[in-house]
Design a protein around this ligand. Structure first.
Ligand code: SF4
Length: 274
């Protein structure tokens, strides 16, 4: 664990305590991908929709990815994700653009490729529940690299997120069993976790924003261990709401109804009186 993180925790026990209370506030708030995938009619379809949601959740906020996935699920429910003939690129992009209220998204042009690639993966490994049962985490990690935009490097945060969404208990995951392997050595870091580290956490006085992704990953995971040593997934989930854009304000504020109800209120420079 990093010396800086440990020193910060020792010198700021009140922030550690407030952070623990903060992440608990989001224990029952679902992961957006899992929320939509859970609507699917059976486990094969739920896994497939977790794959799609995990690959699309890139450069989108919590509410945006929720809106995009809900719209896609409504238009192409359940096995329409992988059945042929596949939807046209123009159809997929039109659904996504409407779900985003025409706000720009840098990956829009790649989205049809992601959708088709997930469909191809599902057809290739169907039934997905049998595929899941026949692999350990390391093998899942390797297979999931077949999907367009899932990542090819040694660190594949989207793949790790996918596996966690399959195995975490609801509402953070589908609660399906996954054979353990070596693949998951870290928890993915959201924009919220990064904001927390740079604004209020162990790296608030440094140049955290300029660090390499690998270095950030290690440091944020050390913080997860300090705040929630027995359930790091809860820390990863809870911090993802920190100063996340909501409908009209920050999502953390909208979910808690007011900043004054927030355990971090005394330390947050964005906190507002109701
Ligand atoms: S904006 Fe409000 S709800 Fe969000 S972390 Fe700051 S004080 Fe808490």
């Amino acid at each position: 664990m990093s010396k800086q993180g440990l020193r910060f925790a020792r010198e700021n026990p009140h922030i550690v305590e407030a952070s623990q209370a903060f992440i608990q506030k989001f224990d029952s708030v679902p992961d957006p991908v899992v929320k939509v995938a859970s609507l699917a009619e059976n486990e094969d379809a739920q896994i497939a929709w977790v794959l799609l949601g995990s690959v699309l959740y890139h450069g989108l906020t919590y509410l945006q990815v929720l809106s995009v996935l809900e719209a896609l699920f409504k238009e192409f429910p359940n096995k329409k994700l992988w059945e042929t003939p596949v939807p046209k690129a123009s159809e997929l992009k039109s659904v996504i653009k409407k779900a985003l209220n025409n706000e720009s998204w840098a990956l829009l042009e790649h989205a049809p490729g992601m959708f088709w690639s997930v469909g191809f993966f599902v057809r290739r490994h169907f039934p997905l529940k049998t595929w899941l049962d026949s692999r350990n985490e390391e093998e899942l990690w390797r297979d999931l690299g077949e999907i367009y935009f899932m990542g090819k490097k040694s660190i594949r945060p989207k793949v790790i997120s996918t596996i966690l969404r399959i195995k975490n208990k609801p509402p953070l995951g589908l609660g399906l069993s996954v054979h353990e392997g070596k693949a998951i050595s870290f928890f993915p870091i959201s924009m919220g976790s990064r904001r927390f580290m740079g604004f209020m956490g162990p790296r608030k006085d440094g140049d955290f924003a300029d660090w390499t992704p690998e270095k950030k990953l290690v440091e944020v995971n050390d913080w997860y261990k300090i705040v929630s040593p027995k359930a790091r997934e809860k820390a990863a989930h809870g911090f993802s709401f920190f100063l996340e854009p909501g409908q009209n304000d920050f999502l953390c504020q909208e979910i808690m109804k007011s900043c004054e109800a927030c355990p971090l209120y005394c330390y947050c420079s964005y906190g507002r009186k109701s």
